[in-house]
Design a protein around this ligand. Sequence first.
Ligand code: CTP
Length: 408
Amino acid sequence: MTTADGRPRVLLGVAGGIAAYKVVEFLRLLTESGHAVRVIPTPSALEFVGAATWAALSGEPVTTGVFDGPHDVPHVALGRSADLLFIAPATADLLARAAQGRADDLLTATLLTVRCPVVFAPAMHTEMWDHPATQANVARLRERGAIVLDPAVGRLTGADSGKGRLPEAQSLYDVARVVLARGQLPLDLAGRHVVVTAGGTREYLDPVRFLGNRSSGRQGWALATTAIARGARVTLIAANVTLTPPAGAELVAVGSARQLGLAVTAAAAEADVVVMAAAVADFRPAHPSTTKIKKGVDEPTFLDLVRNDDILASLALGRRPGQVIVGFAAETDDALANGRAKLAAKGADVMVVNPVGETRGFERTDNEGVILEAGGRETEVPLGSKEALADSVWDAVARCLGPERTSR
Ligand code: CTP
C-alpha cells in the first residue's frame, strides 16, 4: 500500500543499540529517494538517538508505545499501511521479543499487525549473536518468512571487532529497495545457501604488477543483494572488489584465480547453488618474480604463461545431487553461439551470456544478456539494471532447484 501521494510506505523500527546512529543515514537515503518513512523506536533506542532527530528527518511523529494516541490504534493503523517493515539495529532483546510474538511496545505490537515483508538487520556483540538463544530466535523468525540479515564482520562498539556490526547505510538501503520492488512475491530462495563469485582475479608478475581485467564486481554484488531479498543465505567470494559489502552476505576476499578456486570449492561443498560471476584469468605468469622486476636487470623479453584450472567446469563435474551451477559468458562477438557452446562444454545448468566491449558490460550499473538453461530454455533480458538481470538469473535458478523449502 503506498501513501496518498504515491510514495512507498516504510516503517523503520529502531531498537536500543549503539548502531542506531548509523540508521540516521539510512533514514535519509530512504526519504531522499521518495519513500514515506515512519520511524518506530523502542523506548531504549531513544537512549542512543533522540525522538527529535527521527521526527525531524522523517517529517512524521515519533512515538514508542501503543498508548501514545490510543484513539488511532496506532499499531494496527501503521501495520495496515506499510509496504515494508525494516528493523535496524535489531538487538538480541528485540529478536527475542519478536520471536516470541510479544507486543510490549509499539514496534513489537506493529510486528504482529504487518502483512508486508519484514527485514531485521541485527547488530550486537559477537558473543550475543553466536549465543544459541539468539540463533534459535533468528531461525524462528526466518521460518516465519522474515528476512534476517547476517551482521557484518568488523569494528564493534569499542576497540573489539568481529561479527555483529550493522552493515553500512547504503547496503541497508539497497536491500530495502530490492525487497520493496519484489513486493509480496514469495521468498523462493529461503532455506537455500548460494555462493556467488564476483570481481576479477589478479595474477601477479612481481609484487607490484599483475595481469587483471575490468570486472568491477557490480554484477556479483547485485546477485548477492537480490538473493538475500529472496531469502537466501549468501556467501560472496570477491576478487579485488572495492565496493561497500552488500548487507547480509558473508564476504570472502580473494586475489588470484587459484585463491578463488580454493575458496569457491570449499564453500560449494555445502551450497545449493554456485554462481560464477567473477572474471577469472585463464592464464597466470609461469615464473612470477618475488622481487620487483627492474629495467636492465634480467629484463624479460616475453611473458611465459600457464593455464589456470577451469573452476566452473570442475564445479559442474563434481556437483552434489540437486546442486545448481551457473556460469557467465562475457563475449565480444557471436555471443549467443559462444554462450551455447560454453554451456555445453562446461556442463553448467545455466549460462548467462552478456555482450561486453569498450562501453558495454564493465564498470557500469546496467547490463543485458540472454540466460541459457541446460534444458534448452533461453530468456532474453533487455538492457536494464544489474539487479534486473540478477533477478532473472535467480528465476532460472529457482526453476532448476524445484519446489521451495520452507525453512533454513
Ligand atoms: N571460469 C572459470 N575458471 C576459469 C575461467 C573462467 O570458472 N579459469 C568461469 C567464469 O567465472 C565464467 C565462465 O567460466 O562463469 C566463462 O568464463 P569465460 O572467461 O567467458 O570463459 P573461458 O572458458 O575462459 O572462455 P574464453 O576462451 O572465451 O575466455
